[in-house]
Design a protein. Structure first.
Length: 135
């Protein structure tokens, strides 16, 4: 189900394109990600499944519009290349850090760290959003 959710998120990006600009999809992806992370440890197994599906739907939406916004404001493509490397570094280091925290029984810390890092990612994009979008 989560793979289908991720595919659906990617399809939404393809269909929506730039119809809604970059800000709305970024905020929507961020809000869905935070909501999913916030409910991932729900006592109810069905809520857990819904949270995972929402998270995997929101991930490609947020990522696609994040990279598009950066590319819009970076004609030399240098920053876009660095962001890709930073993204992969985070995808590599994130599970390692989360695993270490989970090994100590710090489930809530993993959840809060994820929310904090997602918020930091959005905050780094705010200056680009304020500059306006290029056509």
């Amino acid at each position: 189900v989560s793979a289908a959710s991720a595919l659906l998120g990617s399809i939404v990006v393809l269909v929506a394109g730039n119809r809604f600009g970059r800000r709305l999809p970024l905020f929507l992806g961020f809000a869905l990600t935070i909501a999913a992370i916030g409910t991932i440890h729900a006592a109810n197994e069905m809520m857990y499944r819904v949270a995972i599906s929402v998270f995997t739907f929101a991930w490609p939406v947020f990522a696609a519009y994040q990279f598009a916004l950066i590319a819009d404001h970076n004609p030399s493509d240098r920053v876009a290349a660095l962001v890709t490397a930073a993204n992969w570094a985070g995808l590599t280091a994130g599970p390692l850090i989360a695993g270490e925290l989970l090994a100590t029984g710090a489930d809530a810390r993993v959840q809060w760290l994820s929310i904090l890092l997602d918020a930091a990612a959005l905050l780094t994009l705010l200056p680009l959003m304020r500059r306006g979008e290029r056509s």
